[in-house]
Design a protein around this ligand. Structure first.
Ligand SMILES: NC(=O)c1ccc[n+]([C@@H]2O[C@H](COP(=O)([O-])OP(=O)(O)OC[C@H]3O[C@@H](n4cnc5c(N)ncnc54)[C@H](OP(=O)(O)O)[C@@H]3O)[C@@H](O)[C@H]2O)c1
Length: 245
């Protein structure tokens, strides 16, 4: 933990930081010395746990309830983030997985995934970029399913994550004049609530015979937001133990 006085702290924002990959990323960015804001949809208890653990470690964190599909909620959250310090890093992690074979695929499931995994990512990037200091970093959490899922019923989820990869590649051009980098991490199977139901299948299909840990994704996010990664932008980096090969 870098113990900077609070007035010197830069802010980092993690969309969807109450559980799993987002929680690990919030903790890691706090450890790097950022004052961290994290958003969540409904799990106030989990968000408070993450804030509490960062504070116990000497860091600064706030939790903001803001559904990623709600543009007004995101705008309100951005006002609170600004009070933490100048925004230098935004990690757009909030996302959901739902699956079904084509024949029974419910349209409301399709709409939810598009609203959160695609529209929500665009809203978050747009809001973060508008408040971010020049030279900052935006990182999205896509998925290796944009390359290969290997799981029947994952078509729409995979499509949403392929959309994120394309969005990031193209937005790199929009953001380059301000020296803001934007990159997309494509995790493979990671041990979180999302994968809890089918871990065995995911381990079996993985060359390294394990699932990844949230802190391994957080480490890549920390690298992409750091000084050594300033020449990387528009990239999708897959981190999946070789699962997509
Ligand atoms: N786990 C994997 O194997 C894996 C692999 C590839 C990609 N990913 C991607 O990584 C990201 C995180 O996954 P995870 O496994 O860490 O998931 P998770 O454990 O289910 O956590 C999801 C996080 O996103 C938040 N969230 C969900 N919907 C939201 C919404 N509408 N508005 C605001 N926040 C919302 C949740 O908040 P609440 O706690 O309030 O619900 C929670 O903090 C997702 O984009 C997922 O698609 C995961």
């Amino acid at each position: 933990m870098t113990n900077l006085p609070s007035s010197a702290r830069k802010a980092a924002l993690v969309f969807g930081g109450s559980r799993g990959i987002g929680a690990a990323t919030a903790r890691r960015l706090a450890h790097e010395g950022y004052a961290v804001a994290l958003t969540y949809a409904s799990r106030t208890d989990k968000a408070a746990e993450v804030v509490g653990s960062i504070e116990a470690d000497g860091g600064v964190a706030i939790a903001l309830q803001a559904d990623s599909s709600d543009a007004n909620a995101i705008a309100t959250a951005m006002d609170a983030v600004e009070r933490l310090g100048p925004l230098h890093v935004a990690v757009v992690n909030a996302g959901i997985y739902e699956g079904s074979p084509l024949e029974q695929f419910p349209l409301d499931m399709l709409d939810r995934m598009l609203a959160i995994n695609v529209r929500g990512v665009f809203l978050a990037v747009q809001a973060a970029a508008s408040r971010m200091a020049d030279g900052g970093s935006i990182i999205t959490i896509g998925s290796n399913t944009a390359v290969r899922s290997g799981v029947v019923g994952s078509s729409v989820y995979a499509m949403t994550k392929a959309a994120v990869a394309t969005l990031v590649r193209e937005l790199a051009l929009d953001l380059a004049p301000r020296k803001i980098t934007i990159n997309n991490i494509q995790p493979g199977p990671i041990g979180t609530d999302i994968t809890a139901g089918f871990l065995d299948h995911l381990v079996e299909g993985n060359p390294l015979k394990r699932v990844g840990r949230p802190d391994e994704v957080a480490a890549l996010a920390a690298f992409l937001s750091g000084a050594e990664a300033r020449y990387i932008t528009g990239a999708s980096l897959t981190l999946d133990g070789g699962y997509s090969i």
